[in-house]
Structure formats: structure tokens, C-alpha cells
Design a protein around this ligand. Structure first.
Ligand SMILES: Cc1cc2nc3c(=O)[nH]c(=O)nc-3n(C[C@H](O)[C@H](O)[C@H](O)COP(=O)(O)O)c2cc1C
Length: 188
């Protein structure tokens, strides 16, 4: 197998779920965003919008309200998670990038996921911790979701698809979940 820095970053990246309070540097943020913007997208529509949130009060508000909405869900697992007072959906990360997709574009879930993953890998490559967080999406199931999206500056016609929590790692996660076997077949 070939070993290089890119493959090493891909293989060693893990979700970080414990962050220090220290805000990331502006050039780190810009590098991560740039990596997101250079993701592939269906017919190059680049149908994404990034909302960078670095306001602690707002991050706490998003956490509380996403969990409040999740408490009303039918799914027992989701309700249990929402009632877990110790869970902060962003794990104390000082920066969150919410990725929204343009609703009339071809493949917004794939486009936004590609951007999200690029940002996770860029973060890892420059020593930041990151976690893909979709729990935030519960917030946008709330009856007031349209108002929340406007307040967050998400352009009309876009909807939130995924997010990345970013910061400095408090704990370095080294446990790599085992890869499931038999996930590849070859036709040669
Ligand atoms: C679509 C998607 C949604 C996810 N949402 C969350 C989430 O809301 N909270 C969380 O802690 N992790 C979330 N994750 C991270 C996964 O739990 C994590 O990637 C998985 O357990 C494998 O661990 P690793 O990232 O360390 O390899 C999400 C990952 C994906 C791809």
C-alpha cells in the first residue's frame, strides 16, 4: 500500500468529542473553509452555504433548542439522547460550521457531505479536532425553523444538511473502530 500524508490523515482522523475553550486561529478557520469550498459537487453547482458560528451563547442556544425539539420525537433513542443533560451536541467546540444546501440543486446532500468531509480532513491535517454533527438538524424540525434559519443568515432557498464542530482537542482519540470486513468486491 502507498503511504503519504493525505492517506495518513484520512486513516488517522477520528471524531473529537472533547474540546478546549480556546478559539481556533483565523488562518486555521479560513484553511478549513477553503477545503470545504473545493469539494466536488454535482455538475459543479457548488450548491452549498457555510454558516460559521463562533458565539458561545448562540452555540449553547442551538444545543438546548435542538435537544428540546428532539424530546418531542417518536424515536426512543433520539428522546433518550435529548434528555441526556450531560450531552452538549457540539461537545464544547468553540467553532461550528453549518453547511446548508440549495434546495433546487441536483444533489445537495452529497455536495454538502463532500464539503463537510473535506473540512474534517483539512482540520485533522492542521492539528484541529473535529466532529461531524447532524444532531443540530433537529432544530430545523421545529415549527419556528424558518425564523431560526433567517436569524442564522442562511439564504432563502437553502436548508441545513450537516455541520462540523471544530476546535483544539482536549483528549486525543486514538481508538479506531475496527473496519467491517467484506465491504469490497472486485470485478476485473
Ligand atoms: C452523517 C453523519 C452524522 C453524524 N452525526 C453525528 C452527531 O450528531 N454527533 C456525533 O457525535 N457524531 C456524529 N457523527 C460522527 C460519527 O458518529 C463517527 O464518524 C463514527 O462514529 C465513526 O467514528 P470516527 O469519526 O472517529 O471514525 C456523524 C457522522 C456522519 C457521517
Amino acid at each position: 500500500m502507498i503511504a503519504n500524508d493525505t492517506i495518513h490523515t484520512i486513516i488517522t482522523r477520528r471524531s473529537t468529542r472533547s474540546f478546549t475553550d480556546e478559539q481556533i486561529k483565523e488562518d486555521e478557520l479560513q484553511s478549513v473553509l477553503e477545503a470545504g469550498l473545493y469539494a466536488p459537487s454535482a455538475i459543479n453547482q457548488q450548491a452549498w452555504h457555510f454558516t460559521v458560528i463562533q458565539n458561545k451563547e448562540l452555540l449553547n442556544w442551538l444545543n438546548e433548542h435542538a435537544k428540546e425539539t428532539a424530546k418531542t420525537f417518536d424515536n426512543e433513542h433520539i428522546r433518550a439522547m435529548a434528555h441526556n443533560e450531560k450531552l452538549h451536541i457540539f461537545y464544547g467546540a468553540p467553532t461550528v460550521i453549518l453547511v446548508s444546501g440549495k434546495e433546487d440543486a441536483t444533489s445537495i446532500e452529497s455536495d454538502c457531505a463532500a464539503a463537510n468531509q473535506n473540512m474534517l480532513l483539512a482540520a485533522e491535517s492542521i492539528g484541529l479536532g473535529s466532529c461531524w454533527v447532524n444532531l443540530i438538524l433537529f432544530l430545523f424540525q421545529h415549527p419556528d425553523a424558518k425564523k431560526y434559519m433567517q436569524e442564522l443568515g442562511i439564504p432563502a432557498g437553502y436548508r441545513p444538511i450537516c455541520s462540523v464542530a471544530l476546535g483544539y482537542k482536549k483528549v486525543n482519540t486514538v481508538n479506531t473502530p475496527a473496519r467491517k470486513p467484506n465491504r469490497i468486491n472486485y470485478i476485473r
